[in-house]
Design a protein around this ligand. Structure first.
Ligand SMILES: Nc1ncnc2c1ncn2[C@@H]1O[C@H](COP(=O)(O)OP(=O)(O)O)[C@@H](O)[C@H]1O
Ligand SMILES: [Mg+2]
Length: 341
């Protein structure tokens, strides 16, 4: 039996703003990541992906607040743990997070090696600088990064190299779960490929045991992750294997995400279709019923009446829509036929 590295059960969290308004950014999210597996999370900007990442590390500080649910890392339930303990015992060592735009957050006045010293000494006060250097050098060389980078300042590195450096630093303590939040989004195509190759390498070499890859580009996840969850307005709206979700999306939102991005890869669409009209809802006051209903081409009256549960579909798939799988497929097939004419 495989080991579950991370399990999240019905996690619900919210922001409480300065004006005392609640923003429901993560709503009853459940997920599981097994050892050796990668999970992709896709959805447009503002759908709660980064908040989910922060929430599932169990590290809460205002304005983010825990509401309910459970977080289990490698069999260890960390729900309700004191934030100071989480920072010392969990972050970096058990679960590591590479925030969105992390490369731009590097301290410009600090050489990379000094940044690494800070990271390691936070967890091990007694380790010598010489040992830290050796550890960093070996890690960098394993990952194909020149050791000279260690003696450089961030400004001396290209964007791609900065991002790969940040990723290398994030795995120094060999975390069980690595969360990469839009790790390739701000980069040119060549650097994007190098970043993705490096993340794969982290898995293959066993430097990390599992990974969550967050992106607003659903098609990017094909070839990168084993499973995919699509997130919309704080909720998971579809989950399945990468193959299923990318090539055969069921939820109208996932379908729209697949149609809205240019992907030059063989077998995927190579024309840019219209992006999904409209924007995700404001999460202070999400729509009643299906949250995607106001933007959905296939909306029906019942969609707005009550909240929609996840429906099981063939295999291990599930999606949050009242239209039966068979009917959705018929709708999509007709549409594809019409578009092809
Ligand atoms: N510090 C914050 N205070 C209040 N609301 C926030 C805060 N950060 C994010 N939000 C809101 O939470 C929702 C989800 O944001 P986020 O998790 O950043 O989405 P994503 O990563 O998918 O772009 C958005 O509606 C956003 O406006
Ligand atoms: Mg984000």
């Amino acid at each position: 039996m495989s080991n579950t590295m991370l399990e999240v059960r019905e996690l619900t969290t919210k922001y409480i703003t300065r004006f005392r308004e609640d923003v429901y950014a993560v709503d009853h999210v459940s997920l599981k990541v097994e050892e050796g597996k990668t999970l992709g999370i896709a959805g447009e900007s503002g759908c709660g992906k980064s908040t989910l990442a922060l929430s599932l590390m169990g590290y809460y500080f205002p304005p983010l607040h825990y509401t309910s649910g459970e977080i289990i890392i490698d069999g260890h339930n960390i729900t309700g743990m004191d934030p100071d303990v989480v920072r010392k015992m969990i972050l970096g060592a058990e679960i590591a997070y590479i925030p969105q735009a992390a490369m731009n957050a590097l301290n410009p006045t600090q050489k990379i090696i000094h940044f690494i010293e800070d990271v390691i000494q936070e967890h091990d006060l007694y380790v010598t600088k010489k040992d830290i250097y050796e550890r960093a050098r070996i890690l960098f060389e394993t990952l194909g990064l020149p050791a000279e980078v260690l003696q450089k300042y961030p400004v001396e590195l290209s964007g791609g190299m900065k991002q790969r450096t940040v990723i290398a630093v994030s795995v120094l303590l060999l975390p069980k779960v690595l969360i990469a939040d839009e790790p390739s989004s701000a980069l040119d195509v060549t650097s994007q490929k190098m970043v993705i190759k490096m993340l794969r390498q982290l898995m293959e070499t066993g430097l990390i045991s599992s990974m969550i890859f967050i992106t607003h580009e659903l098609p990017l996840l094909y070839n990168v992750t084993d499973d995919i969850m699509v997130m919309y307005a704080g909720q998971i709206v579809e989950k399945g294997t990468a193959q299923e979700t990318v090539f055969d999306p069921l939820h109208p939102y996932s379908k729209g995400l697949m149609g809205s991005i240019i992907v030059p890869e063989k077998g995927l669409r190579d024309v840019k279709l219209a992006a999904i009209p409209g924007v995700p809802p404001n999460l202070k006051n999400p729509p009643a019923g299906c949250r995607f209903a106001p933007r959905c081409k296939y909306v029906r009256e019942e969609c707005t009446l009550h909240s929609i549960p996840m429906h099981e579909a063939a295999g291990r798939r599930a999606y949050r829509c009242i239209i039966p799988e068979k009917e959705l497929r018929e709708i999509y097939a007709k549409e594809a036929y019409r578009n092809a004419r």
